[in-house]
Design a binder for this molecule. Structure first.
Ligand code: FAD
Ligand code: SF4
Length: 462
């Protein structure tokens, strides 16, 4: 109990706001060795239940302690095919680390940092191995969308022996991991490296294929695919119906982050993707997307970045670590504030936002206190660009092309915990079922569905 939790090394805020290199620098070997000493190796480890894919956490920590990093990474990969990603972006503070027994009186074991440490060790030493697989059964299965749900489902299906093809709308795989989460939180080299593991499993990836447009579900069936897993995410940005939304300079976070991350606007002119944001940028929202947009804007050269959020710091859905990083970097937060309208100049460019102060009231359906407007509290914020990051909805392109597929009233696919839909050979999981959630919950859904698809396909075709 005397050993303090090891603190991850980080780039200094004054330096990192000028570059897109990774902010968190990981544990050194010495730090990892100290941190593993803090684990009590509980007989009934609560951390395992706190992890959505139930990694055997005490086991991999014990293996690090015994200097057996190869077995440690094997142990993690039995449950999680993307550990270098999860070690970086999982909200551990509300998952495994929240459940760690130490968190009751002291600080929890730094489980995420240790997971990242082992995965980075494997990558640096080029020790990636092809996971064990059952013998090929030549049954073709299609996975639509290459985000964490699709990648995990594809990997598990390949391990069961199926012939798996992923169809992806973009020219790169990874879903939000490549187009949403910025380089300084999750280097794309790491996503590409994790996708390599999938290639070792013989999984094929067809890029630039929008299922529901370039190819229909019927085409996939004609191509011989015996079952489908739909994991197209929830990438349709939510908009506010307030005056001024059409002004130049009012963007969705999706447009802004995709342009910067996937199209590499931050490397202009090396990449031919210019981006113009001006000096003062205001972001509307309080989740990871809002914080990512704010920190990207800062790195693109903004002089001032303001986050306008209608609740308080305690209700922000963003990862706590990212909030602290944003504060350190000088992002300004205006809490309990909501936009009412955007005002433009004579050329139609946004130049001000009118906002209203809020106060918190009774709990709403999300379990958080409802923000209520305070009358006559309006004021103006000057700005050159507004980025809307208030959430997303299901993308309807694919679901509209399958009229028989049962959807919820919000347009998400109605699937059970095993990913089964109302159509026998169509399974679904990740954000397209739950709405916007987390990387690890999408991966958990991919795993569950692969298990159910394996049972279905075996009973029908083998
Ligand atoms: P996605 O990752 O959205 O992937 C869906 C894929 O399907 C995409 O590649 C898309 O191009 C493709 N696709 C869509 N339609 C079609 C079609 N018709 N045909 C073919 N392909 C199609 N979670 C965390 O745990 N930690 C974080 O720090 C975090 N930060 C985030 C930051 C941002 C900016 C965003 C937007 C989300 C963040 N999340 C975070 C949430 C997390 O990334 C998502 O919950 C997760 O990626 C969902 O995975 P998915 O596989 O369901 O979908
Ligand atoms: Fe170790 Fe905490 Fe898990 Fe116990 S709950 S096994 S102390 S990480």
């Amino acid at each position: 109990m005397k050993i303090p939790r090891q603190k991850m090394r980080e780039q200094d805020p004054s330096e990192r706001i000028h570059n897109f290199s990774e902010v968190a620098l990981g544990f050194t070997e010495e730090m990892a060795k100290i941190e593993v000493e803090r684990c009590l190796q509980c007989g009934d480890p609560k951390c395992v239940n706190g992890c959505p894919v139930n990694i055997d956490i005490p086991n991999f920590i014990r293996l690090i302690k015994e200097d057996n990093l190869l077995e440690a990474i094997r142990s993690i990969k039995d449950y999680n095919i993307l550990p270098a990603i999860c070690g970086r972006v999982c909200p551990q503070e509300v998952q495994c680390e929240k459940a760690c027994i130490l968190s009751k009186r002291w600080e929890p074991v730094a489980i995420g940092a240790l997971e990242r440490y082992v995965a980075d060790w494997e990558r640096k030493n080029q020790l990636k191995e092809c996971p064990d697989c059952e013998a090929p059964n030549n049954i073709k299965v299609a996975v639509i969308g290459s985000g964490p749900a699709g990648l995990t489902c594809a990997a598990d299906l390949a391990r069961y022996g199926f012939d798996v093809t992923i169809f992806e709308a973009f020219h790169k795989g990874g879903g939000v991991l490549v187009y949403g989460i910025p380089e300084f939180r999750l280097p794309k080299e790491i996503v590409e490296d994790e996708i390599e593991t999938l290639k070792m499993l013989g999984i094929k990836v067809e890029y630039n294929k929008i299922i529901g447009k370039t190819l229909m579900i019927e085409d996939l069936k004609e191509m011989g695919f015996k079952a489908l897993f739909i994991s197209v995410g929830a990438g349709l940005p939510l908009m506010r119906k307030i005056p001024g939304m059409n002004l130049n300079g009012v963007l969705t976070a999706n447009e802004f982050l995709t342009r910067t991350n996937l199209m590499k606007a931050y490397k202009f002119p090396e990449y031919d993707t210019p981006i113009k944001i001006g000096k003062v940028i205001t972001i509307i929202g309080g989740g990871n997307t809002a914080l990512d947009s704010a920190r990207v804007a800062l790195r693109l050269g903004a002089e001032k970045v303001i986050i306008v959020y209608r609740r308080t710091e305690s209700e922000m859905p963003a990862r706590k670590e990212e909030y602290h990083h944003a504060v350190e970097e000088g992002i300004e937060f205006q809490f309990l504030t909501n936009p009412v309208r955007f005002l433009g100049d004579n050329s139609g460019n946004v130049e001000k936002i009118e906002v209203l102060k809020m106060k918190l009231g009774e709990l709403d359906a999300s379990g958080r206190p409802r923000p209520n407007p305070i009358e006559n509290s309006e004021y103006l914020i000057n700005c050159d660009t507004v980025i809307i990051a208030i959430g997303t909805n299901a993308n309807p392109i694919l679901t509209k092309s399958i009229p028989k597929l049962k959807l919820t009233k919000w347009g998400y696919i109605d699937a059970d915990e095993e990913g089964k839909t109302n159509i026998e050979d169509v399974f679904a999981g990740g954000d397209i079922v739950t709405g916007s959630a987390t990387v690890i919950s999408a991966m958990g859904a991919g795993r569950q569905a692969a298990k159910a698809m394996n049972a279905f396909l075996r009973s029908k075709f083998l």
